[in-house]
Write a protein that binds this ligand. Structure first.
Ligand SMILES: Cc1cc2nc3c(=O)[nH]c(=O)nc-3n(C[C@H](O)[C@H](O)[C@H](O)COP(=O)(O)OP(=O)(O)OC[C@H]3O[C@@H](n4cnc5c(N)ncnc54)[C@H](O)[C@@H]3O)c2cc1C
Length: 92
């Protein structure tokens, strides 16, 4: 971010990379690709789950369902949890 800011470059964040409008990328700027941020932590006591920015719904659902938990995420498993949660669309 500091590198881009110093050079006045546009920055785009890529979560799951699923959005057809492709606003996760930009021209002549920097894309921060979160694809390798794949950790999902589930606390079965509080029934809360926390996923990093590159997690897709299929991985998130796999981890939470192992504890008998479900979230109202997207119906399409290849959608990123980040983009959908920030205003992607609709789901279950
Ligand atoms: C075939 C298809 C099926 C779909 N099905 C569903 C569905 O069943 N339910 C539903 O709700 N939606 C659905 N969508 C829409 C989808 O939810 C949105 O496109 C969503 O934004 C994708 O999120 P992503 O993280 O995969 O996308 P990306 O393309 O990575 O990101 C989408 C936007 O969010 C921003 N963003 C992503 N991660 C971050 C972050 N960590 N911080 C800040 N900004 C971030 C990106 O910059 C970009 O502007 C579908 C889309 C397609 C093409």
């Amino acid at each position: 971010m500091k590198f881009a800011q110093a050079r006045k470059l546009p920055v785009a964040i890529r979560g799951g990379g699923h959005k057809v409008a492709a606003n996760a990328v930009c021209d002549d700027g920097i894309v921060i690709d979160l694809a390798h941020m794949q950790s999902v932590r589930v606390d079965p006591v509080t029934r809360c789950a926390c996923g990093e920015g590159g997690v897709l719904w299929r991985e998130y659902d796999g981890e939470t369902q192992a504890f008998g938990l479900a979230s109202s995420g997207g119906a399409i498993s290849t959608t990123g949890i980040a983009g959908l949660t920030l205003g992607g669309g609709f789901g279950f």
